[in-house]
Write a protein that binds this ligand. Structure first.
Ligand code: NAD
Length: 274
């Protein structure tokens, strides 16, 4: 934590996440929005970022290039697209800016390149910034370890009807967490959406099921079931604020951190990532 106001730059400022990041930054005492970026050609260039976010004019004009608003030691929060990421990271390193990267959709090769470019800088790169989900990952791993082989583990996720991939990346992370807790090899243990004559369930299985419908932002439940009882750990995201608040928490952490790459579990003090 630092005492002074932390300068924040939001990349993708006109997007669904970007608008919430702008509004919540304005709403948070020790943070100050100093820049807002969209892609060149966006219809939102030159608009007031605060007005667009619904929190009132803040005199921060949306610019088409990070270079136009970057300043030394700001924290850049990027929920945009993979396009142009390398230039933004290079610029961030030149200006000693910390980087909170929430954009998804990078290939393994691109992720490695991103890490190379941020070497020596302060950096958080997470596919889920929700505080609750990161806590759930830790709890699910612990509960799986404590309960051991006597409990069957099933993971159920539900998302809105526009989601194109299944299961969610978060359900996969939860599966990794419980597999780690139970010392199972996930590639062998995972059973996706059983159908037909699949035979009796073995204790070594981890069932993973994806439901789709309506406007559900994201529900995840991990079920531990045995004879006579079951335990269910559930997280429900009801708005994108869950991710935006986590990203702002990461920004505050990075502002006072030593150089390095951190994940949400470091930031929340939940111990080592899986
Ligand atoms: P969105 O499409 O509503 O917003 C993205 C915004 O970024 C748009 O306004 C777009 O014009 C802008 N943009 C695109 N390319 C840009 C560039 N090169 N430079 C500047 N701005 C650019 O999408 P969204 O729902 O806000 O999500 C944005 C990204 O964040 C996606 O990759 C999404 O998967 C990811 N996301 C991550 C988390 C998480 O917890 N890590 C949570 C929600 C969304």
């Amino acid at each position: 934590m630092v005492d002074q106001e932390i300068p924040i730059i939001v990349v993708g400022a006109a997007g669904r996440m970007g608008r919430r990041l702008v509004a919540l930054t304005e709403d948070t005492e020790n943070l100050r929005l100093v820049g807002a970026v969209e892609y060149p050609g966006s219809e939102y260039i030159d608009q007031d970022a605060g007005r667009l976010a619904g929190c009132g004019d803040n005199q921060i004009r949306i610019v088409p290039d990070l270079a136009q608003c970057i300043r030394e030691q700001a924290v850049i929060i990027d929920f945009s697209s993979p396009r142009g990421i390398e230039d933004r990271l290079r610029l961030a390193r030149q200006k000693d800016c910390a980087y909170v990267l929430g954009t998804t959709g990078f290939s393994e090769e691109e992720k490695n390149r991103i890490r190379q470019l941020m070497e020596g800088g302060r950096f958080v790169f997470a596919y889920n910034f929700s505080v609750g989900i990161n806590l759930l990952l830790t709890l699910a791993e612990k509960v799986a370890r404590i309960l051991g082989d006597d409990y069957d583990i099933e993971i159920v996720e539900m998302h809105h009807n526009q989601k194109v991939d299944a299961p969610s990346g978060t359900a996969e992370k939860l599966a990794e967490a419980v597999a780690c807790g139970r010392n199972l090899n996930l590639a062998e243990a995972a059973r996706h959406g059983r159908v037909g004559q699949v035979g009796k369930r073995s204790r070594q299985e981890i069932g993973i099921h994806a439901l789709r419908g309506g406007d559900v932002v994201g529900d995840h439940t991990v079920i531990f079931a045995t004879g006579g009882e079951r335990i269910e750990l559930t997280h429900r995201a009801s708005s994108r604020d869950a991710f935006a608040r986590g990203a702002l928490r990461a920004a505050v952490f990075l502002a006072g951190a030593a150089p390095g790459e951190y994940d949400m579990r470091d930031i929340l003090g939940l111990g080592k990532a899986l």
